[in-house]
Design a protein around this ligand. Structure first.
Ligand code: A2P
Length: 425
């Protein structure tokens, strides 16, 4: 190995563990699987990352946008990154280092690209790459969101104004509606945005718990108009994906909150999953369980506007739950006028009824869904279980192709126009 290759300097792409809210967006977005995670941190594999920047714009916090100059042979390994609770400081580099050449392959080439990218992030943002199933840009008429007003270095405190169980007490599925009040503290949000909450206490390694992200369930003007508050829809986690018992740290903390308790919050986050802002916009909302939070926010926004004759678009909702008793906001939803919102409930475990998923109902209502898709004033929002993403895409594809049309073209158009948005977990 020559001195030159030994001391080649790269810009290593790293994720700041102090700011990251572990939302998985970067891992989902990375087109070459360079990002992975363990129970502690999200990390970037220096041997795979080519600094394509696809992950940077979608990151809600900016934690992804860190580039440290290191000697290539001393780049931080995955194990190093998994163990961090903060980013290391940039080391002083040996005097005989050489910058990676612009035409080098792999990580070195990526590092070059990264240097440019770091210097000119705005130009990257202008040509936002459209990766993944959904759009990486908001609808053109969306109101402009505030993001990252409160960060790890400037945490907001909210007061619990209410905590109500939404699902039937007889069921195992405990979903809560939690109202957080910010008092005099400015905390402007839009429907579709999220916040992150710090559970108090430390993990098994004695480190403070990471902030956990939750979608906001109330519209921009508050749970009640004129109040500086917002609500969350939180499911008490008592088992993991395989059904093994676990105690979800943040969800149990939130579901146990009492009125008057103080909660540490950062955010708001999210600049793409935003509703269009026109009186004649149409929304197709597709959700399961707590994925109903942003749909409640958007529906309530439209309901208030309708009262003021400021909204006359169409709302079509596909909502999946096990039973009616486990469907959050079932009562208020059913009270909404039929000519205001077209509600389609997909119940998977209702007695004496065939099992239905949201994608089944999308197919059943295919003609109406297609009519809305063909209207450029329509935006589609999907929120809920990760597994539904593929199912919903396949259902939309069937609807479009069933009419003899080309799904790839329609899908690409929905993405490039900021009209198809996913938030799954
Ligand atoms: P299932 O009865 O098969 O679990 P949860 O109550 O766990 O939050 O789930 C909300 C709803 O989403 C349930 O009706 C659940 O059905 C359904 N669901 C589970 N997997 C999928 C999937 N891949 N696509 C659509 N819906 C799903």
């Amino acid at each position: 190995m020559t001195v030159e290759t030994q001391n080649r300097v790269i810009k290593q792409h790293l994720i700041d563990p102090e700011i990251c809210i572990r939302c998985n967006t970067c891992e989902e977005t990375c087109p070459i699987d360079a990002i992975t995670h363990d129970s502690n941190n999200y990390v970037v594999d220096v041997d795979i990352c080519n600094s394509c920047m696809a992950c940077v714009p979608p990151c809600p916090t900016g934690a992804i946008d860190n580039w440290l100059r290191v000697v290539a042979t001393e780049a931080y390994s995955l194990e190093d990154q998994f163990s961090w609770s903060e980013l290391p400081a940039e080391q002083e580099l040996p005097a005989d280092t050489v910058e990676a050449p612009a035409n080098a392959n792999g990580a070195a080439a990526g590092a070059e690209a990264a240097t440019e990218a770091v210097e000119d992030v705005t130009s990257e943002l202008e040509g936002v790459p459209s990766t993944g199933s959904g759009a990486s840009i908001p609808p053109w008429s969306a109101a402009h969101p505030y993001v990252n007003l409160y960060t790890h270095k400037n945490v907001a405190t909210a007061t619990v104004a209410g905590n109500y169980r939404l699902t039937d007490a007889e069921t195992d599925n405990a979903i809560h509606h939690i109202v957080l009040d910010f008092g005099e503290l400015p905390f402007p949000v839009l429907e579709g945005q999220s916040i992150a909450v710090f559970p108090p206490g430390t993990d098994e390694n004695g480190r403070p718990y990471h902030a956990r992200q939750y979608s906001i369930a109330s519209p921009r003007d508050g749970e009640r108009p004129g109040y500086n508050n917002l609500s969350l829809t939180v499911k008490r986690v008592t088992s993991d994906y395989d059904g093994n018992p676990v105690r979800g740290v943040a969800s149990n903390y939130l579901c146990d909150l009492q009125k008057g308790d103080k909660v540490r919050v950062i955010g708001p986050f999210g600049n793409t999953f935003l509703m269009p802002n026109l009186p004649h916009s149409n929304l197709i909302m597709i959700c399961t369980g707590t994925g109903s939070a942003p749909m409640r926010a958007m529906t309530e926004r439209c309901r208030r506007l309708t009262k003021d004759r400021a909204f006359n678009g169409k709302l079509m909702l596909f909502f999946g739950a096990r039973t009616e008793r486990e469907l959050p906001y079932f009562g208020p939803l059913m009270n909404l006028p039929k000519d205001f919102i077209d509600i389609n409930l997909a119940l998977s475990r209702a007695a004496d009824k065939p099992k239905k998923y949201v994608q089944d109902l999308i197919r059943e209502r295919g003609a109406d869904v297609l009519e809305l898709i063909d209207d450029t004033n329509t935006c589609i929002f999907v929120c809920g279980l990760k597994g539904m993403e593929t199912g919903v895409l396949e259902a939309l594809k069937d609807v479009v192709e069933g009419a003899g049309r080309n799904w790839s073209e329609v899908h690409a158009q929905l993405k490039s126009q900021g009209r198809l948005h996913f938030e799954t977990y």
